[in-house]
Design a protein around this ligand. Structure first.
Ligand code: AMP
Ligand code: MG
Length: 352
C-alpha cells in the first residue's frame, strides 16, 4: 500500500524524512518533490529497486535515469572523470535544475544508464529532496513521477493520480517551483551539448562555458530510426488524452485563428480546450479557456504548463488549441514540452 506523507518544505520534519529515507535504504520506492517536477526514487546502487521504477512508470528500459545527489563528493563516486567544464557548471548552478552527463564509474549499475557508459547527475535544491538523499546516504535514481507518456507531475495530487498503489511512499511537499524538468547537458565531448532544455538556459550555460550547442534533435519531430544521444527524447511525452494543436504566428492572428478553429470544432459537437495567457484570455468567448500564465513572466507559463495539460483531461476536452511562445530563454523549454504534448501538430495563423 502507498503511504502519503505531507512534509512542510520550509520546515521539513526530519522524522518524516527519515521514515522515507529508510524505505529507500530497504529497496522501496519513494515519490518526492524537487524544484523541477516530482520524482519517483530508488537507491541507485540497488538494481532490483531501480528495476521497480521502470515497472511502476511503464518506462521503456532504454530510457536512462537521472541520479540525484546531495553533495558534490558523490560525483567522484559515480564518474571516472569530473572535467573542468563540469566543475564550473555545478559551482554556478547546483543545487538547482541542471543535470550533467559524464562518463560513468563501474559503481553505477547499468540499469540506471540503459546500458550506456555515461551517467546523468543532478543535485536538487528542494529542501525535501535534499534531505531525503542526504539521510538515505545513497544517490537516488529518479525519473519524473508520472506514468510514462503522461504530463510530468508538478503537484502531489498528480503523483497520486498516476502512481498510487505502485510506490511505497508519496511525499506531498506542495507545488514545484520550476514546473519543467531539468536542463540536461552532455559534457562527455569537447563541446557541451544541451540534450534537453530547461530553466537553466542556453545563454546561462554559454555565459559560464563559452561555446555550447543545442542537440539538433531538440526541436525536430523524432525519427524512430535515429538514435538520439538522450534516449528519452524519442518518446511521445507529456500528452494529455485530448488532441493538442499549437497555433503559431503573430499573437493577434493566433487568437483570431483559435477562435475560428474552436467554433468549427464546437459545431461538430467536440469539447474544445483553449490554452490562453493573461494577455489573451478575455478575447475567447467559447470553449474551456485556461490561462497557463503571463507572457511577461514566462516562468509562470513553465510552472503551470503540465498542470494545465492535466486539467484539460479532467475537463474531458476532445481537442486543445494552444497559443505558442517564443523559442528564446525558457521559452525553448516551454515549446519543447508543448510540441511533444502536441505530437508536433501545428497550425499556422499567418494570413488568416
Ligand atoms: P526524466 O527523469 O523522466 O525527466 O528523464 C531523464 C532524461 O535524462 C531523459 O530524457 C533521458 O534520456 C536523459 N538521460 C538520462 N541519462 C542520460 C545519459 N546517460 N545520457 C543522455 N541522456 C540521459
Ligand atoms: Mg519524465
Amino acid at each position: 500500500m502507498t503511504k502519503v506523507i505531507r512534509i512542510d518544505r520550509y520546515n521539513p520534519e526530519i522524522e518524516l524524512i527519515d521514515y522515507a529515507a529508510e524505505v529507500i535504504k530497504k529497496g522501496g520506492l519513494v515519490a518526492f518533490p524537487t524544484e523541477t517536477v516530482y520524482g519517483i526514487g530508488a537507491n541507485s546502487f540497488d538494481e532490483e529497486a531501480v528495476k521497480r521504477i521502470f515497472i511502476a512508470k511503464g518506462r521503456p528500459q532504454d530510457n536512462p535515469l537521472i541520479l540525484h545527489i546531495a553533495s558534490i563528493d558523490q560525483v567522484y563516486d559515480l564518474t571516472v572523470e569530473f572535467p573542468e567544464k563540469a566543475k564550473k557548471l555545478v559551482q554556478k548552478f547546483w543545487p538547482g535544475p541542471l543535470t550533467i552527463v559524464l562518463k560513468k564509474s563501474s559503481k553505477v549499475p547499468y540499469i540506471n544508464t540503459a546500458g550506456m557508459d555515461t551517467v546523468a547527475i543532478r543535485m536538487p535544491s528542494n529542501s525535501i529532496a535534499h534531505l531525503l538523499i542526504k539521510r538515505a546516504g545513497v544517490p537516488i535514481s529518479a525519473p519524473s513521477a508520472n506514468v510514462s507518456g503522461r504530463p510530468s507531475p508538478t503537484d502531489a495530487s498528480h503523483v497520486i493520480e498516476d502512481l498510487y498503489g505502485k510506490v511505497d511512499v508519496i511525499i506531498d511537499g506542495g507545488k514545484c517551483d520550476v514546473g519543467l524538468e531539468s536542463t540536461v547537458v552532455d559534457l562527455t565531448d569537447e563541446i557541451p551539448v544541451i540534450l534537453r532544455p530547461g530553466a537553466v538556459t542556453l545563454n546561462m550555460l554559454q555565459e559560464v562555458l563559452g561555446e555550447v550547442r543545442l542537440d539538433p534533435f531538440l526541436l525536430k519531430k523524432p525519427d524512430m530510426d535515429i538514435k538520439p544521444k538522450s534516449p528519452g527524447m524519442k518518446y511521445k511525452h507529456y500528452s494529455p488524452r485530448a488532441e493538442v494543436y499549437i497555433v503559431k504566428g503573430p499573437l493577434d492572428k493566433v487568437v483570431k485563428k483559435i477562435k475560428q478553429l474552436a467554433k468549427n470544432q464546437l459545431k461538430i459537437g467536440k469539447k474544445v480546450g483553449i490554452m490562453a495567457t493573461v494577455q489573451t484570455s478575455t478575447q475567447y468567448e467559447e470553449g474551456e479557456v485556461i490561462v497557463v500564465g503571463d507572457r511577461e513572466k514566462p516562468e509562470s507559463i513553465a510552472k503551470n504548463l503540465f498542470e494545465v495539460l492535466r486539467e484539460f483531461d479532467r475537463r474531458e476536452v476532445d481537442v486543445v488549441f494552444a497559443e505558442s511562445f517564443d523559442y528564446d530563454e525558457i521559452g525553448l523549454a516551454i515549446m519543447n514540452r508543448l510540441e511533444k504534448a502536441a505530437g508536433y501538430k501545428e497550425i499556422e495563423a499567418e494570413g488568416s
